[in-house]
Design a protein around this ligand. Structure first.
Ligand code: NAD
Length: 386
Protein backbone atom coordinates (compact mmCIF):
# COMPACT_ATOMS: atom_id res chain seq x y z
CA UNK A 1 0.00 0.00 0.00
CA UNK A 2 1.03 3.60 -0.50
CA UNK A 3 1.11 5.08 3.01
CA UNK A 4 0.87 8.88 3.15
CA UNK A 5 2.08 10.91 6.12
CA UNK A 6 0.93 14.53 5.87
CA UNK A 7 2.26 17.40 7.92
CA UNK A 8 -0.16 18.18 10.75
CA UNK A 9 -1.88 21.51 10.22
CA UNK A 10 -3.88 21.91 13.46
CA UNK A 11 -2.38 24.91 15.34
CA UNK A 12 -0.09 23.73 18.15
CA UNK A 13 0.17 20.15 16.84
CA UNK A 14 3.81 19.12 16.72
CA UNK A 15 3.50 15.33 16.54
CA UNK A 16 3.86 13.18 13.44
CA UNK A 17 2.16 9.83 12.79
CA UNK A 18 5.28 7.95 11.63
CA UNK A 19 8.89 8.06 12.80
CA UNK A 20 11.84 6.97 10.63
CA UNK A 21 12.74 3.87 12.67
CA UNK A 22 9.43 2.22 11.72
CA UNK A 23 10.10 2.43 7.99
CA UNK A 24 12.19 -0.74 7.51
CA UNK A 25 9.34 -2.99 8.70
CA UNK A 26 6.83 -1.28 6.40
CA UNK A 27 9.14 -1.47 3.38
CA UNK A 28 9.93 -5.12 4.10
CA UNK A 29 6.20 -5.78 3.79
CA UNK A 30 6.26 -4.12 0.35
CA UNK A 31 4.50 -0.92 1.40
CA UNK A 32 5.66 2.42 0.06
CA UNK A 33 5.88 5.45 2.34
CA UNK A 34 5.30 9.03 1.20
CA UNK A 35 5.99 11.88 3.62
CA UNK A 36 5.01 15.51 3.14
CA UNK A 37 8.19 17.58 3.38
CA UNK A 38 8.75 18.83 6.92
CA UNK A 39 6.09 16.57 8.48
CA UNK A 40 8.43 15.35 11.23
CA UNK A 41 10.51 18.47 11.80
CA UNK A 42 8.63 19.82 14.82
CA UNK A 43 8.96 16.40 16.47
CA UNK A 44 12.72 16.35 15.81
CA UNK A 45 12.73 14.10 12.71
CA UNK A 46 14.24 15.65 9.57
CA UNK A 47 13.19 14.79 6.01
CA UNK A 48 16.69 13.35 5.47
CA UNK A 49 16.17 10.77 8.20
CA UNK A 50 12.95 9.58 6.55
CA UNK A 51 14.54 9.62 3.09
CA UNK A 52 17.55 7.59 4.33
CA UNK A 53 15.14 5.05 5.82
CA UNK A 54 13.40 4.73 2.42
CA UNK A 55 10.53 7.25 2.44
CA UNK A 56 9.74 9.38 -0.59
CA UNK A 57 9.45 13.05 0.27
CA UNK A 58 6.51 14.83 -1.36
CA UNK A 59 6.52 18.62 -1.68
CA UNK A 60 2.83 19.42 -1.14
CA UNK A 61 -0.16 18.12 0.81
CA UNK A 62 -2.50 17.84 -2.24
CA UNK A 63 0.07 15.67 -4.02
CA UNK A 64 0.53 13.49 -0.97
CA UNK A 65 -3.22 12.95 -0.42
CA UNK A 66 -3.79 12.33 -4.14
CA UNK A 67 -1.46 9.32 -4.16
CA UNK A 68 -2.04 7.76 -0.75
CA UNK A 69 -3.97 4.49 -0.45
CA UNK A 70 -3.96 5.09 3.30
CA UNK A 71 -3.28 8.23 5.32
CA UNK A 72 -1.80 8.08 8.82
CA UNK A 73 -2.57 11.19 10.83
CA UNK A 74 -2.54 12.55 14.33
CA UNK A 75 -5.32 15.20 14.40
CA UNK A 76 -8.67 14.75 12.64
CA UNK A 77 -8.78 16.20 9.12
CA UNK A 78 -8.76 19.97 9.35
CA UNK A 79 -9.01 23.07 7.18
CA UNK A 80 -5.65 24.82 7.39
CA UNK A 81 -6.61 28.49 7.22
CA UNK A 82 -9.12 30.28 4.99
CA UNK A 83 -7.31 29.55 1.74
CA UNK A 84 -6.28 25.92 2.35
CA UNK A 85 -8.51 23.06 1.21
CA UNK A 86 -10.06 20.92 3.96
CA UNK A 87 -7.93 17.79 4.44
CA UNK A 88 -11.07 15.62 4.34
CA UNK A 89 -11.66 16.86 0.80
CA UNK A 90 -8.07 16.13 -0.18
CA UNK A 91 -8.41 12.45 0.73
CA UNK A 92 -8.40 10.23 -2.35
CA UNK A 93 -11.73 8.60 -3.12
CA UNK A 94 -12.08 5.15 -1.43
CA UNK A 95 -8.82 5.54 0.49
CA UNK A 96 -8.22 4.42 4.10
CA UNK A 97 -7.56 6.70 7.07
CA UNK A 98 -6.06 5.97 10.50
CA UNK A 99 -5.86 8.72 13.11
CA UNK A 100 -7.78 10.56 15.78
CA UNK A 101 -11.27 11.43 14.60
CA UNK A 102 -13.23 12.54 17.71
CA UNK A 103 -16.23 11.58 15.55
CA UNK A 104 -18.95 12.71 17.96
CA UNK A 105 -17.46 16.19 18.05
CA UNK A 106 -16.80 16.35 14.30
CA UNK A 107 -19.85 15.03 12.49
CA UNK A 108 -19.24 17.64 9.76
CA UNK A 109 -15.80 16.15 9.03
CA UNK A 110 -17.26 12.65 8.87
CA UNK A 111 -19.80 13.82 6.31
CA UNK A 112 -16.98 15.20 4.16
CA UNK A 113 -15.07 11.93 4.48
CA UNK A 114 -18.21 9.95 3.69
CA UNK A 115 -18.58 11.85 0.42
CA UNK A 116 -15.08 10.63 -0.51
CA UNK A 117 -16.17 7.04 0.34
CA UNK A 118 -13.31 6.80 2.84
CA UNK A 119 -12.86 3.86 5.24
CA UNK A 120 -11.76 5.50 8.49
CA UNK A 121 -10.38 3.99 11.70
CA UNK A 122 -10.40 6.13 14.85
CA UNK A 123 -7.56 5.83 17.35
CA UNK A 124 -9.93 6.77 20.18
CA UNK A 125 -11.97 3.62 19.54
CA UNK A 126 -9.23 0.99 19.93
CA UNK A 127 -10.90 -1.58 22.21
CA UNK A 128 -9.41 -1.71 25.69
CA UNK A 129 -8.47 -5.37 25.55
CA UNK A 130 -5.09 -6.80 26.44
CA UNK A 131 -4.25 -7.69 22.83
CA UNK A 132 -4.83 -4.09 21.72
CA UNK A 133 -2.71 -2.39 24.38
CA UNK A 134 0.11 -1.73 21.91
CA UNK A 135 -2.37 0.19 19.70
CA UNK A 136 -3.95 2.22 22.50
CA UNK A 137 -3.06 5.86 21.85
CA UNK A 138 -5.44 7.11 24.54
CA UNK A 139 -3.26 5.34 27.10
CA UNK A 140 0.12 6.26 25.60
CA UNK A 141 -0.83 9.93 25.27
CA UNK A 142 -2.40 9.94 28.75
CA UNK A 143 0.94 8.70 30.12
CA UNK A 144 2.65 11.74 28.61
CA UNK A 145 -0.08 14.12 29.78
CA UNK A 146 0.13 12.83 33.36
CA UNK A 147 3.90 13.32 33.43
CA UNK A 148 3.77 16.78 31.85
CA UNK A 149 0.94 17.94 34.13
CA UNK A 150 3.28 17.58 37.10
CA UNK A 151 6.05 19.51 35.34
CA UNK A 152 3.56 22.29 34.57
CA UNK A 153 2.63 22.39 38.24
CA UNK A 154 6.30 22.66 39.23
CA UNK A 155 6.68 25.64 36.87
CA UNK A 156 3.71 27.52 38.28
CA UNK A 157 4.08 26.66 41.97
CA UNK A 158 6.20 29.09 43.95
CA UNK A 159 7.85 26.31 45.92
CA UNK A 160 9.89 23.18 45.34
CA UNK A 161 8.53 19.64 45.41
CA UNK A 162 11.08 17.77 47.61
CA UNK A 163 11.78 18.04 51.30
CA UNK A 164 15.07 19.92 51.71
CA UNK A 165 16.91 20.35 54.98
CA UNK A 166 19.46 23.07 54.40
CA UNK A 167 21.50 25.49 56.49
CA UNK A 168 19.15 28.16 55.17
CA UNK A 169 16.10 26.43 56.51
CA UNK A 170 13.92 23.37 56.13
CA UNK A 171 11.62 23.24 53.14
CA UNK A 172 8.67 20.89 53.55
CA UNK A 173 7.67 18.75 50.57
CA UNK A 174 4.88 19.98 48.31
CA UNK A 175 1.52 18.33 48.91
CA UNK A 176 -0.12 17.00 45.77
CA UNK A 177 -3.64 15.63 45.36
CA UNK A 178 -4.38 13.59 42.22
CA UNK A 179 -8.05 13.16 41.34
CA UNK A 180 -8.74 10.27 39.00
CA UNK A 181 -6.07 7.59 38.92
CA UNK A 182 -6.42 6.09 35.47
CA UNK A 183 -3.50 6.09 33.07
CA UNK A 184 -2.77 9.85 33.31
CA UNK A 185 -3.41 9.99 37.05
CA UNK A 186 -1.10 7.07 37.84
CA UNK A 187 1.68 8.66 35.80
CA UNK A 188 1.10 12.01 37.55
CA UNK A 189 1.29 10.24 40.93
CA UNK A 190 4.55 8.48 39.99
CA UNK A 191 6.11 11.68 38.61
CA UNK A 192 5.15 13.83 41.61
CA UNK A 193 6.44 11.11 43.92
CA UNK A 194 9.76 10.88 42.03
CA UNK A 195 10.14 14.65 42.50
CA UNK A 196 9.73 14.19 46.25
CA UNK A 197 6.19 15.47 46.79
CA UNK A 198 3.78 14.11 49.39
CA UNK A 199 1.05 12.61 47.24
CA UNK A 200 -2.54 11.55 47.86
CA UNK A 201 -4.97 10.27 45.24
CA UNK A 202 -8.58 9.27 44.74
CA UNK A 203 -10.49 7.32 42.10
CA UNK A 204 -13.89 5.65 42.56
CA UNK A 205 -13.08 2.49 40.56
CA UNK A 206 -12.45 -0.31 43.09
CA UNK A 207 -9.33 -1.72 41.37
CA UNK A 208 -7.49 1.58 41.64
CA UNK A 209 -6.89 1.67 45.39
CA UNK A 210 -4.29 -1.11 45.21
CA UNK A 211 -2.63 0.46 42.14
CA UNK A 212 -2.30 3.79 43.98
CA UNK A 213 -0.98 2.13 47.11
CA UNK A 214 1.56 0.15 45.09
CA UNK A 215 3.10 3.49 44.09
CA UNK A 216 3.66 4.18 47.77
CA UNK A 217 1.19 7.04 48.12
CA UNK A 218 -1.89 7.54 50.27
CA UNK A 219 -5.36 6.72 48.91
CA UNK A 220 -8.12 9.11 49.99
CA UNK A 221 -10.71 6.78 51.43
CA UNK A 222 -14.30 7.35 50.51
CA UNK A 223 -17.23 4.96 50.47
CA UNK A 224 -18.35 4.18 46.90
CA UNK A 225 -21.75 2.52 46.93
CA UNK A 226 -22.47 2.93 43.21
CA UNK A 227 -21.33 0.55 40.50
CA UNK A 228 -18.18 2.38 39.40
CA UNK A 229 -16.93 0.55 36.33
CA UNK A 230 -18.18 -0.42 32.86
CA UNK A 231 -17.33 -3.78 31.29
CA UNK A 232 -14.67 -1.94 29.26
CA UNK A 233 -12.80 -0.83 32.40
CA UNK A 234 -13.96 2.79 32.22
CA UNK A 235 -15.64 4.73 35.02
CA UNK A 236 -19.43 5.12 34.85
CA UNK A 237 -21.15 8.47 35.17
CA UNK A 238 -21.86 9.00 38.87
CA UNK A 239 -25.04 10.40 40.42
CA UNK A 240 -25.26 14.00 41.61
CA UNK A 241 -25.49 12.69 45.19
CA UNK A 242 -22.19 10.81 44.84
CA UNK A 243 -20.43 13.80 43.29
CA UNK A 244 -21.65 16.02 46.13
CA UNK A 245 -20.24 13.60 48.68
CA UNK A 246 -16.98 13.42 46.71
CA UNK A 247 -16.76 17.21 46.63
CA UNK A 248 -17.08 17.27 50.42
CA UNK A 249 -14.21 14.78 50.79
CA UNK A 250 -12.05 16.81 48.39
CA UNK A 251 -12.99 20.10 50.10
CA UNK A 252 -11.62 18.73 53.37
CA UNK A 253 -8.24 18.00 51.68
CA UNK A 254 -7.88 21.25 49.68
CA UNK A 255 -6.60 23.59 52.46
CA UNK A 256 -3.56 21.29 52.87
CA UNK A 257 -2.68 21.03 49.15
CA UNK A 258 -0.14 22.94 47.08
CA UNK A 259 -1.08 21.21 43.85
CA UNK A 260 -4.16 19.41 42.55
CA UNK A 261 -3.89 17.41 39.35
CA UNK A 262 -7.32 16.41 38.13
CA UNK A 263 -7.78 13.76 35.48
CA UNK A 264 -11.33 12.47 36.12
CA UNK A 265 -13.20 11.55 32.98
CA UNK A 266 -16.13 9.44 31.90
CA UNK A 267 -15.75 8.21 28.32
CA UNK A 268 -18.01 10.08 25.89
CA UNK A 269 -19.46 12.37 28.61
CA UNK A 270 -18.72 15.79 30.07
CA UNK A 271 -16.07 15.53 32.80
CA UNK A 272 -17.47 15.56 36.37
CA UNK A 273 -17.04 18.81 38.31
CA UNK A 274 -15.07 17.83 41.40
CA UNK A 275 -13.93 21.33 42.46
CA UNK A 276 -16.55 24.09 42.54
CA UNK A 277 -15.75 27.80 42.53
CA UNK A 278 -16.41 27.97 46.29
CA UNK A 279 -14.03 25.06 46.85
CA UNK A 280 -11.21 26.94 45.06
CA UNK A 281 -11.46 29.56 47.83
CA UNK A 282 -10.45 26.80 50.30
CA UNK A 283 -7.07 26.34 48.55
CA UNK A 284 -3.90 27.97 49.80
CA UNK A 285 -2.97 31.18 47.98
CA UNK A 286 -0.31 30.17 45.46
CA UNK A 287 -1.80 26.73 44.96
CA UNK A 288 -1.97 25.32 41.44
CA UNK A 289 -4.71 23.20 39.87
CA UNK A 290 -3.77 21.43 36.64
CA UNK A 291 -6.99 20.26 35.00
CA UNK A 292 -6.35 17.52 32.46
CA UNK A 293 -10.09 17.21 31.82
CA UNK A 294 -10.20 20.77 30.42
CA UNK A 295 -11.15 19.60 26.92
CA UNK A 296 -14.14 17.67 28.30
CA UNK A 297 -15.42 20.67 30.27
CA UNK A 298 -13.01 20.49 33.21
CA UNK A 299 -13.01 18.97 36.70
CA UNK A 300 -12.83 22.46 38.16
CA UNK A 301 -15.78 24.79 37.60
CA UNK A 302 -13.39 27.68 36.84
CA UNK A 303 -11.31 25.86 34.22
CA UNK A 304 -11.09 27.44 30.80
CA UNK A 305 -9.65 25.16 28.13
CA UNK A 306 -6.25 26.32 26.93
CA UNK A 307 -6.03 29.14 29.49
CA UNK A 308 -4.63 29.85 32.94
CA UNK A 309 -7.27 31.34 35.24
CA UNK A 310 -6.30 33.15 38.46
CA UNK A 311 -8.85 33.10 41.24
CA UNK A 312 -8.33 33.92 44.90
CA UNK A 313 -4.56 33.49 44.51
CA UNK A 314 -4.98 30.05 42.90
CA UNK A 315 -3.89 29.25 39.36
CA UNK A 316 -6.14 26.92 37.41
CA UNK A 317 -4.41 25.57 34.32
CA UNK A 318 -6.77 24.28 31.60
CA UNK A 319 -4.13 22.12 29.97
CA UNK A 320 -4.75 21.08 26.36
CA UNK A 321 -2.83 18.67 24.14
CA UNK A 322 0.10 18.17 26.52
CA UNK A 323 1.53 15.33 24.37
CA UNK A 324 2.27 17.97 21.70
CA UNK A 325 4.61 19.65 24.21
CA UNK A 326 6.81 16.52 24.19
CA UNK A 327 6.57 15.71 20.48
CA UNK A 328 9.59 13.42 20.12
CA UNK A 329 8.43 10.83 22.64
CA UNK A 330 4.76 11.43 21.89
CA UNK A 331 5.39 10.77 18.18
CA UNK A 332 7.40 7.65 18.97
CA UNK A 333 4.58 6.23 21.08
CA UNK A 334 1.79 7.37 18.76
CA UNK A 335 3.54 6.06 15.64
CA UNK A 336 4.05 2.69 17.35
CA UNK A 337 0.32 2.63 18.23
CA UNK A 338 -0.66 3.46 14.64
CA UNK A 339 1.70 0.97 13.03
CA UNK A 340 0.53 -1.80 15.38
CA UNK A 341 -3.08 -0.99 14.54
CA UNK A 342 -2.23 -0.92 10.82
CA UNK A 343 -0.63 -4.38 11.08
CA UNK A 344 -3.79 -5.70 12.74
CA UNK A 345 -6.17 -4.08 10.25
CA UNK A 346 -4.16 -5.20 7.23
CA UNK A 347 -2.45 -8.44 8.30
CA UNK A 348 0.45 -9.85 6.27
CA UNK A 349 0.54 -7.20 3.57
CA UNK A 350 -3.18 -7.49 2.75
CA UNK A 351 -4.77 -4.41 1.17
CA UNK A 352 -8.28 -4.97 2.54
CA UNK A 353 -9.09 -4.72 6.25
CA UNK A 354 -9.76 -7.86 8.22
CA UNK A 355 -13.33 -7.23 9.40
CA UNK A 356 -13.36 -10.54 11.30
CA UNK A 357 -11.22 -8.90 13.97
CA UNK A 358 -12.89 -6.99 16.84
CA UNK A 359 -10.13 -4.37 16.69
CA UNK A 360 -11.13 -3.63 13.09
CA UNK A 361 -14.85 -3.47 13.80
CA UNK A 362 -14.29 -1.49 17.02
CA UNK A 363 -12.16 1.20 15.42
CA UNK A 364 -13.98 1.46 12.08
CA UNK A 365 -16.20 4.54 12.00
CA UNK A 366 -16.72 4.83 8.24
CA UNK A 367 -16.67 1.91 5.82
CA UNK A 368 -16.46 2.99 2.18
CA UNK A 369 -18.30 6.15 3.17
CA UNK A 370 -20.97 4.46 5.30
CA UNK A 371 -21.11 5.23 9.04
CA UNK A 372 -20.80 1.86 10.77
CA UNK A 373 -20.28 2.94 14.38
CA UNK A 374 -23.55 2.81 16.37
CA UNK A 375 -22.90 5.80 18.67
CA UNK A 376 -21.92 7.97 15.71
CA UNK A 377 -24.98 6.79 13.77
CA UNK A 378 -27.19 7.74 16.74
CA UNK A 379 -25.51 11.14 17.02
CA UNK A 380 -26.13 11.79 13.33
CA UNK A 381 -29.77 10.73 13.44
CA UNK A 382 -30.27 12.84 16.62
CA UNK A 383 -28.84 15.81 14.74
CA UNK A 384 -31.22 15.25 11.83
CA UNK A 385 -34.23 15.17 14.21
CA UNK A 386 -33.28 18.52 15.81
P1 NAD B 1 -10.21 8.03 31.62
O1 NAD B 1 -9.20 8.93 31.04
O2 NAD B 1 -11.50 7.83 30.93
O3 NAD B 1 -10.57 8.55 33.11
C1 NAD B 1 -9.57 8.91 34.01
C2 NAD B 1 -9.92 8.44 35.40
O4 NAD B 1 -11.00 9.25 35.92
C3 NAD B 1 -10.40 7.00 35.50
O5 NAD B 1 -9.50 6.28 36.30
C4 NAD B 1 -11.78 7.12 36.16
O6 NAD B 1 -12.05 6.07 37.06
C5 NAD B 1 -11.64 8.45 36.88
N1 NAD B 1 -12.91 9.06 37.29
C6 NAD B 1 -14.11 9.06 36.68
N2 NAD B 1 -15.03 9.70 37.43
C7 NAD B 1 -14.38 10.12 38.56
C8 NAD B 1 -14.77 10.84 39.71
N3 NAD B 1 -16.01 11.25 39.89
N4 NAD B 1 -13.82 11.10 40.64
C9 NAD B 1 -12.54 10.71 40.49
N5 NAD B 1 -12.11 10.02 39.42
C10 NAD B 1 -13.03 9.72 38.47
O7 NAD B 1 -9.62 6.61 31.91
P2 NAD B 1 -8.23 5.93 31.47
O8 NAD B 1 -7.17 6.39 32.35
O9 NAD B 1 -8.05 6.12 30.01
O10 NAD B 1 -8.55 4.40 31.70
C11 NAD B 1 -9.24 3.94 32.81
C12 NAD B 1 -8.91 2.50 33.05
O11 NAD B 1 -9.22 1.70 31.90
C13 NAD B 1 -7.45 2.18 33.31
O12 NAD B 1 -6.99 2.51 34.55
C14 NAD B 1 -7.47 0.67 33.07
O13 NAD B 1 -7.97 0.00 34.19
C15 NAD B 1 -8.43 0.53 31.95
N6 NAD B 1 -7.66 0.37 30.71
C16 NAD B 1 -7.53 -0.89 30.18
C17 NAD B 1 -6.77 -1.07 29.02
C18 NAD B 1 -6.60 -2.42 28.43
O14 NAD B 1 -6.91 -3.39 29.03
N7 NAD B 1 -6.11 -2.48 27.20
C19 NAD B 1 -6.18 0.01 28.38
C20 NAD B 1 -6.33 1.27 28.95
C21 NAD B 1 -7.08 1.42 30.11
Amino acid sequence: MKIGIPKETQPGETRVALIPSLLPTLLREKHEVFLEAGAGVSAGFADDQYAKAGAQIVRSAPLLYKNADIVWKVQPPHKPGPRGKHEAELLRERCFYIGYLAPLAHLDILRKMAKRKVTAFAMEYVPRITRAQSMDALSSMATIAGYKAVLLATEHLGKMFPLLMTAAGTIPPASVLVLGAGVAGLQAIATAKRLGAKVEAFDPRPAVKEQVKSLGVAFVDMEVTEDAETAGGYAREFSAAFLKKEQEVIAARLPKMDVVISTAQVFGKRAPVLITKEMVRLCRPGAVIVDLAAEQGGNCALTRAGEIVQYHGVRIIGALNLPASLPADASLMYANNVSNLFATLFPKGSTTPNFDDEVTTGTCILRAGEIVNESVKNALSGEKKR
